[in-house]
Design a protein. Sequence first.
Length: 73
Amino acid sequence: TLRRLKANASTRSIPVVMLTARRGDDDAFRLLTLGASDYIAKPFNPDELVLRIRRFLESGEHQPAAAPMSRAS
């Protein structure tokens, strides 16, 4: 799903936080390389999840790049 979201021009700027039962460093690296904004392994602390999402939103990293303006001919 992540690969498909990041391959599509209309969805690639959507931030994705992966919540998964897989805990290996290789798994985290793979998901981040594919474009995940963050990675949280189960079991997780709900307060940590909220804090990570809040920090991400406050950082402004979730803002899509501005679309180029078209010029009228």
